[in-house]
Design a protein around this ligand. Structure first.
Ligand code: ADP
Length: 468
């Protein structure tokens, strides 16, 4: 249990943020320490070198000024080294045979560097000392080869060490408070996420009313909250639509079932003649057809919307249009409606021939239903850029502006008060929603423009496939 808790703590964003914060602080502290220590050491070294060069100039000037009084030179050098004892300064004078002629005061028991003098006039470090072996110029050069002036390096190192300890102590304090700071930071940063988790866990499909509070800071978390809120709006609207759909479907399915039940009960209520039974069975068979059609439509709608295995073949749209035209031309002439076809060929699209045929048939069937005698229906197919456009226009009753936005909704039927024989037209308001689902599954669009009493034009666009 305890291990499980520890394990889940490690997985929290809060913990990881805290860990990141501590790591970043630690790395920066270590890097800063190294950088400060190095630059302090380099500065001290430069300063030491500069002082040694100045010492060398002073010694050379004094030696030349006091020559040939060797005692005076010695006294001056001893005075100079004594006054710079805190730096661990020493001076050695070399005779012409490179032998030390004189060494300044000993450095409290610390032996001076013993490596042989090399008059190179450059600074070097050896045996814990920084020193300069310099030749002598002027009259004093007659008696001496040169001199070595140097100072203790361990004093410089001591300074560097004590500063390093000081920095380490103050940075240690920063490292100690880093986890606390990191924790506070992590809690602050993850609090809105924790709120989102809590609220989300309360949401249920039956109750999607709750929304997240937008703080108005405009930061990423605010944007995330906004996105989740609008996503919830869409889900709520979707669920509401599904509910309405199920209610409508149940209602539509109940009507033919009730009719079948009523007809059979009536037939069974008493003995009937064979003609009466035949009539009732005919009625039942009609209702069954209606029932089957409705179920097929609902299944098709569900399949198309889910994108369930719709095979996409190359279809010749002009052939589809011609087939529909041939199918409806006799009905149109019986209803005394002018029926025209205006089509380009070939027009290739990707989809399922049976389904797109159903879309075209549905549009023409609707046009025939809502166009009075003497009217005109035109089916027009043309190519435009990378798509094909199909227009089915009629001079029928038209659709009001308000209803135009709803005709593609499931089970929607527009106001039919302007339509003659409205009762006989039937339908269930699913045809256009099926058309929309099929067309959209093919990557196309469907729309309508209409004027009441003048007519309607349904337009479909589909992506064109270039002939191979
Ligand atoms: P239905 O099976 O009821 O015709 P549709 O989905 O095919 O269902 O059509 C929905 C509604 O849109 C119809 O009930 C009708 O009111 C309106 N409609 C469709 N096509 C036309 C048209 N060409 N002219 C006028 N109204 C139309």
């Amino acid at each position: 249990m305890f291990l499980f808790r520890i394990n889940s703590l490690f997985k929290t964003l809060r913990f990881r943020l805290m860990l990141w914060n501590i790591s970043v602080v630690l790395i920066s502290v270590v890097l800063t320490l190294i950088a400060l220590r190095t630059s302090f050491r380099v500065t001290l070294l430069r300063e030491t070198d500069q002082l040694l060069r100045e010492d060398a100039i002073e010694i050379e000037l004094a030696a030349n000024a006091m020559h040939p009084d060797l005692n005076a030179i010695r006294a001056e050098i001893e005075r100079h080294t004594a006054s710079h004892k805190h730096r661990g300064l020493f001076v050695q004078l070399y005779d012409k045979n490179k032998k030390p002629f004189f060494s300044s005061l000993d450095l409290e028991g610390i032996p001076l560097p013993i490596n042989p003098v090399r008059i190179s006039n450059t600074l070097q470090t050896s045996e814990g000392f920084r020193f300069l072996d310099k030749s002598l110029q002027g009259k004093v050069a007659k008696d001496f080869l040169g001199f070595r002036v140097g100072s203790r390096m361990d004093l410089v190192e001591e300074d560097v060490e004590s500063l390093s300890w000081l920095m380490l102590a103050s940075m240690g304090f920063v490292v100690l408070i880093a986890p606390v700071g990191g924790y506070i930071l992590a809690v602050q940063a993850t609090k809105p996420i924790a709120d989102i988790i809590n609220t989300t866990s309360r949401l249920r499909p039956q109750n999607l009313t709750e929304r997240f509070i937008i703080k108005g800071t405009g930061d990423e978390l605010d944007r995330l909250t906004l996105t989740i809120n609008s996503f919830l709006d869409r889900i709520a609207a979707f669920i509401q639509k599904k509910r309405e759909f199920v209610a409508n479907a149940a209602h539509e399915l109940r009507s033919p079932l009730t009719a079948i039940g009523a007809a059979s009960e009536l037939a069974l209520a008493r003995d009937r003649t064979p003609e009466e039974y035949r009539e009732t069975l005919g009625e039942i068979s009609d209702k069954c057809d209606h029932f089957r059609l409705l179920i097929n439509q609902l299944l098709l709608l569900a399949e198309t919307e889910a994108g369930a295995n719709i095979p996409h073949h190359v279809i010749q749209m002009d052939c589809i249009i011609e087939k529909s035209y041939d199918m409806f031309k006799d009905v149109a002439s019986q209803q005394h409606i002018h029926f025209k076809l205006d089509s380009t060929s070939p027009a290739l699209v990707l989809g399922e021939a049976r389904q797109i045929q159903q879309v075209v048939n549905n549009l023409i069937d609707n046009a025939l239903k809502f166009t009075p005698e003497g009217g005109t229906i035109v089916v027009e197919l043309y190519k435009e850029a990378s798509k094909i456009v199909l227009n089915v226009s009629d001079t029928g009753v038209g659709i009001s502006k308000e209803d135009q936005s709803k005709v593609f909704d499931r089970f929607f039927q527009a106001d039919r008060s302007h339509t003659k024989n409205a009762e006989a037209l039937g339908g269930n308001g699913l045809g256009l929603s099926i058309c929309k689902a099929i067309v959209e599954s093919m990557g196309g669009t469907i729309s309508v423009t209409s004027t009441l009493e003048k007519g309607s034009t349904f337009t479909i666009t589909l992506p064109l496939v270039a002939p191979v």
